[in-house]
Design a protein around this ligand. Structure first.
Ligand SMILES: Cc1cc2nc3c(=O)[nH]c(=O)nc-3n(C[C@H](O)[C@H](O)[C@H](O)COP(=O)(O)O)c2cc1C
Length: 205
């Protein structure tokens, strides 16, 4: 079959995209508003951009009523965030943070998520996260207008926190210890527990 997504409803087009573009990494993003109140939300339209300069992006889309999400409102006021990687053990707390709380009410407090101070940015870190990227917003690129319009948030990575216990004896990240989860369509998630290797054709051994 073939699909013209722009001829479908926003919901149908979204479902095709999120069912097919899988598995998606999850950015669990802390921000603060101008009064310093913290916010925490997950975004699976997320990826790295380049390492020179170190950059990543994630994409909050507007709510169906066209209202910007708290993460975007906060980034417009305080252009700093911390992007955390989500391990299997924190999946339920991450999912809880997708609830729509009143602006200014912190998911950290609402869902009992312990904070740790950041070093270079104002938003706090999730103490239990295995990896956290302290970021400054480089650019927010708007795509579309109104309901479901996207804000592509491109961030400079200022500092990365990596918990020592996710490293192997060579000092590199051990995927089994990181135990990251990914998002599939609907309410499905994937673990990274079943892995396999493919040798790159252009790399000599
Ligand atoms: C795993 C997961 C991934 C999500 N990915 C996105 C996403 O990429 N973009 C988006 O706009 N919302 C996404 N959401 C929904 C937001 O997390 C949700 O709208 C949240 O309430 C936004 O919070 P905020 O208003 O505090 O920014 C996702 C939710 C979950 C559970």
């Amino acid at each position: 079959m073939q699909l013209d997504l722009s001829a479908l409803s926003a919901r149908e087009a979204y479902t095709w995209m999120t069912d097919l573009i899988t598995p998606r990494p999850i950015a669990w993003v802390s921000t603060t508003d101008a009064q310093g109140r913290a916010n925490l939300a997950p975004f699976s339209f997320f990826n790295g951009v380049t390492s020179v300069p170190p950059t990543l992006l994630f994409v909050p889309v507007n709510l169906r009523d066209g209202v910007k999400k708290d993460t975007v409102l906060n980034l417009e006021a305080v252009p700093e965030c911390v992007v955390h990687i989500v391990p299997h053990a924190l999946g339920e707390q991450m999912n809880a943070c997708a609830a729509r709380l009143p602006h200014g009410e912190s998911e950290f407090a609402a869902f009992g998520i312990e904070t740790a101070p950041s070093t270079l940015v104002r938003p706090p870190r999730i103490a239990a996260a295995p990896a956290a990227f302290e970021c400054r917003v480089r650019q927010i690129v708007g795509v579309g207008e109104g309901a479901m319009a996207a804000h592509v948030v491109i961030c400079d990575i200022l500092r990365v926190h990596v918990r020592d216990d996710i490293l192997n004896d060579k000092g590199a990240v051990d995927a089994a210890k990181l135990d990251a989860i990914g998002r599939l369509g609907g309410e499905d998630y994937a673990t990274t527990r079943d892995r396999f290797q493919l040798a790159r054709p252009d790399r000599k051994r």
